[in-house]
Design a protein around this ligand. Structure first.
Ligand code: C5P
Length: 291
């Protein structure tokens, strides 16, 4: 292995997210068209005498550096899938993606560690990477390749789609998220009782590549997010009133986003000035990795 290996770990948004029935294993059937963004963490891996980790950057606060971090679990998952002894690595992550916001930052860091390990372990081929990714979490299989894809099952069935033409995206990050957020939001959907069919996701997947706006998109979690995150409904209403555009929830939230033509990014970013959220202008990005 060279002294160190580095790669970008992009954020994702769900253009569509339809949550179906809950399953006997505790997960839910999903259908989602996922899209990676230019906003990305930086992940570096180097051999070390014991497993260790450091986190820096604007969104480092609160990220665990112990064995619970998904990036560290990814090393063990891939070693396990290959029947190797886990090798000790030092993992450094520069966090540009707000954590626990629905943008897949932790999952993308883990998927990126897997791709870096694949450069180091020649026996780590696609099947083992996919198995390790699914063992770490539900967004990780998509984030191994990124770009635009239809994701089904628990998250492990990934069908690559033609790249979405480049769109501008503006992310609005509320100050607070929830502990155990994703499981809490799925439980709220169970109480709500509606089971979504994968119609919107499959229809969008079949029409790509097309220009989209927020009005074309769908997210089951929008039915319950505004009850789960205090203050989110008010922020969402203000953003829609000020921008005159449809604003959507990112994944299980609480990040909200606008998507549309790149020329409008500045106007949408300015419209959010003074509201109680961090505002991050970015754009869609195709698959970063060709191995
Ligand atoms: O797999 P991951 O760790 O990303 O999921 C976090 C939680 O979200 C799970 O423990 C589960 O409660 C819920 N989940 C679900 N169905 C999915 C994916 C996640 O119920 N397809």
């Amino acid at each position: 292995m060279p002294e160190e290996l580095s790669a970008l770990a992009p954020a994702k948004i769900n253009l569509t997210l339809e949550v179906g029935a809950s399953r006997s294993d505790g997960y839910h059937e999903l259908a989602s068209v996922l899209q990676t963004l230019a906003l990305a963490d930086e992940v570096t891996l180097r051999p070390a005498s014991t497993p260790s980790m450091e986190v820096a950057g604007p969104f480092a606060a609160g990220t665990p550096v112990d064995g619970t971090n998904l990036a560290r679990r990814a090393v063990d998952a891939l070693a396990g899938a290959l029947g190797r002894e886990p090798e000790p690595f030092h993992i450094r992550i520069v966090k540009h993606i707000p954590p626990a916001g629905g943008l897949g930052g932790g999952a993308s860091d883990a998927a990126t560690v897997l791709r870096l390990l694949a450069r180091h372990w020649p026996d780590a081929r696609e099947e083992a990477l996919a198995a390790a990714a699914a063992a770490v979490g539900s967004d990780e299989p998509f984030l191994l390749a990124g770009g635009t894809a239809l994701v089904e099952g628990r998250g492990e069935r990934v069908t690559p789609l033609p790249d979405l033409p480049q769109h501008g995206v503006v992310l609005f990050i509320p100050p607070d998220t929830l502990p155990n957020k994703t499981a809490t939001l799925f439980a709220a959907l169970d109480r709500d009782g509606q089971v979504d069919e994968p119609a919107v996701s499959r229809s969008l997947a079949g029409r790509l590549p097309v220009q989209v706006t927020g009005a074309d998109l769908y997210n089951s979690f929008e039915r319950v997010a505004f009850d789960c995150f205090p203050g989110l409904a008010e922020l969402w209403e203000r953003l829609e009133a000020r921008t005159g555009e449809a604003i959507r929830l990112a994944g299980a939230g609480p990040t909200l986003f606008w998507i549309g033509p790149g020329e409008a990014v500045e106007r949408v970013t300015t419209a959010a000035e003074g509201l109680e959220c961090a505002v991050i202008p970015t754009m869609t990005a195709g698959s970063l990795w060709r191995r």
